[in-house]
Design a protein around this ligand. Structure first.
Ligand code: FCB
Length: 532
């Protein structure tokens, strides 16, 4: 293994880590930007050292779901529930990265990608949540060595939703506080095995989805539909994060530690209507502040506690929990796909962003009754997610100002991307100009935020490969690289080639087409709940 990374992603162990202030923030509406910025056209250079990466997650790409000792995760079981996943597809084989990782790493190196954000599977490393499985650990050992040998930074996430099924079935999953301590032990196990070579450790990916799509809405594994359970899971996921950060910091004071949260920018449809402002506040609270405030400010927002008062969240918050949850971190991962216009009444023409499965589901927001999202007449991806790059600019600036800036935490866009129906040409090539345009406008939006003061240090495209898109199965393709799921053949798409050039040049090239989409104000319908 050679180690040829252009820069270290370790942190300074002597740097002062600023404690959370111990208070939360109220919702303050902002408004969509209506004019293109100076970055909207022309070539746009990024700051020196900006990190260009691509992302995947274990269950979505690895396959080998029952090989070398791996046992069921909640997703293996959920995928078999009738009507839960389109075509009842599962991650048994996925992109077979478990066997094909050398070729995938070589592909990234060829493209010029500098960092690989992947997740480790708890169900592979500690099958059934019981004994450590050396064969499972050995896979990540090989993967990390392969990455380092190719000069690619391993950006490791410990949890991307694949809880060992035994912990769900026998111990009540994330509803049980004990799962947070078991997660900490698993984090330490991973660090003991590969902490000598991995500098960047992300505890959780998108706890909102794990807690509220998993335990309240039922759109994701384990598919429960309980407001009480979702809130308990959210608290215990955050506790797990804090416990893991404490344990990893003790083991490696210079590791770069963080968490990835998903964000939507919630704007009141009519900013002059107090009912719409309150509806936007509820979704902002239930999506963003319920995680960002405890983790980065050390307190639950009072309005959120009020919104969910009847569902028992507070009974799970023990003395000292918020100190653990707000243990200082170094980096915040930001996943952004779209924003919402929110009103207190439903829109006329619904635009549903969730997977069209037959299994009934519920509103994932415990405090979100009476809040409805409305389309704004923006272009949409094939999942009906609106393309709203200016929301990313506003989001990054808000995070910088209210959460990360005062504590010296760096921002990384750890996921951003789009599903479009790819057309394979006669030569096998996918000329995915829509996806290329999507990445282009979002990178320009990131640069807008940097120019206005956000400390954004990297961007990871979602996704390196077409993969298993949860309840959508294999039908929605997000890859910069196409995967033929019959043959496992990989073909770099136009967007992938373009992204590689961006990474090599550290700049987005000039582009005459693709005007940045801005809201038209057309209230076309209602997208009841966000369900990525
Ligand atoms: C995010 C997930 C990721 C992928 C994208 C499209 O919410 O983290 O696994 O499914 O959405």
């Amino acid at each position: 293994m050679t180690r040829d990374l252009t820069q270290s992603f370790k942190t300074d162990p002597a740097a002062p880590r600023v404690p959370a202030p111990g208070n939360a923030l109220p919702y303050t509406p902002s408004a969509p930007r209506t004019a293109p910025s100076s970055n909207a056209t022309g070539s746009v250079a990024f700051p020196d050292g900006f990190l260009w990466g691509a992302a995947t997650a274990a269950y979505q790409v690895e396959g080998a779901a029952h090989e070398d000792g791996r046992e069921d995760s909640v997703w293996d079981v959920f995928a078999k529930v009738p009507g839960a996943v389109l075509n009842q597809e599962d991650g048994e084989v996925a992109c077979d990265q478990y066997h094909r990782y050398p070729a995938d790493v070589a592909l990234m190196k060829d493209l010029g990608i500098k960092a690989y954000r992947f997740s480790t599977s708890w169900s592979r490393v500690v099958p059934g949540g019981r004994e450590v499985n050396p064969a499972g650990l050995a896979y990540y050992d090989r993967l990390v060595d392969e990455l380092l040998g190719a000069g690619i930074l391993p950006w490791l996430t410990l949890y991307h939703w694949d809880l060992p099924q035994a912990i769900e079935a026998e111990s009540n999953g994330w509803v049980n506080r004990d799962t947070a301590y078991r997660f900490r032990d698993y984090a330490v196990t991973m660090h003991e095995a590969i902490g000598d070579r991995v500098d960047v450790w992300t505890t959780l990916n998108e706890p909102w989805c794990a807690a509220f799509l998993g335990y309240t809405g039922g759109q994701h594994a384990p598919g429960r539909q309980s407001r009480e359970d979702g809130l308990a899971a959210a608290h215990h996921l955050m506790l797990a994060h804090g416990l893991a950060v404490e344990a990893l910091r003790e083991r490696a004071p210079d590791a770069n530690l963080g968490i990835t949260l998903n964000f939507e920018v919630e704007d009141p449809l009519n900013p002059d209507d107090p009912a719409d402002v309150d509806a936007a506040r509820r979704l902002d609270g239930g999506f963003t502040r319920i995680f960002a405030d405890p983790i980065l400010r050390g307190a639950y927002p009072l309005d959120v506690l009020e919104d969910v008062r009847e569902y028992g969240l507070e009974q799970h918050i023990q003395e000292g929990d918020l100190e653990i949850i707000s243990t200082p971190i170094d980096s915040l991962g930001v996943n952004y796909y779209h924003g919402n216009a929110v009103a207190a009444v439903p829109a006329e023409r619904p635009l549903d962003g969730g997977a069209p499965v037959s299994r009934p589901s519920s509103n994932p927001f415990p405090g979100g009754d009476g809040a409805y999202t409305h389309p704004r007449g923006l272009p949409v991806t094939t999942q009906n997610w609106e393309v709203q790059p200016e929301g990313l600019t506003r989001l990054l600036l808000r995070l910088q100002q209210d959460y990360t800036g005062p504590r010296g935490i760096a921002l990384y866009v750890t996921e951003n991307g789009s599903a479009y129906d790819d057309v394979v040409g006669p030569d096998g090539f996918v000329d995915d100009q829509e996806r290329l345009g999507f990445v282009d406008v979002h990178l320009r939006a990131v640069k807008d935020a940097i120019d206005e003061g956000a400390d954004v240090r990297g961007y990871f495209g979602w996704s390196l490969l077409d993969n298993y898109e949860w309840a959508w199965g294999y039908g929605k393709r997000f890859g910069l690289v196409r995967v033929d799921f019959e043959t496992q053949e990989r073909t770099v798409k136009a967007s992938g080639r373009w992204y590689g050039q961006v990474a090599r040049a550290n700049a987005v090239p000039e582009r005459s087409a693709a005007p940045v989409p801005y809201p038209t104000g057309d209230d076309g319908g209602d997208k009841a709940v966000p369900t990525e």
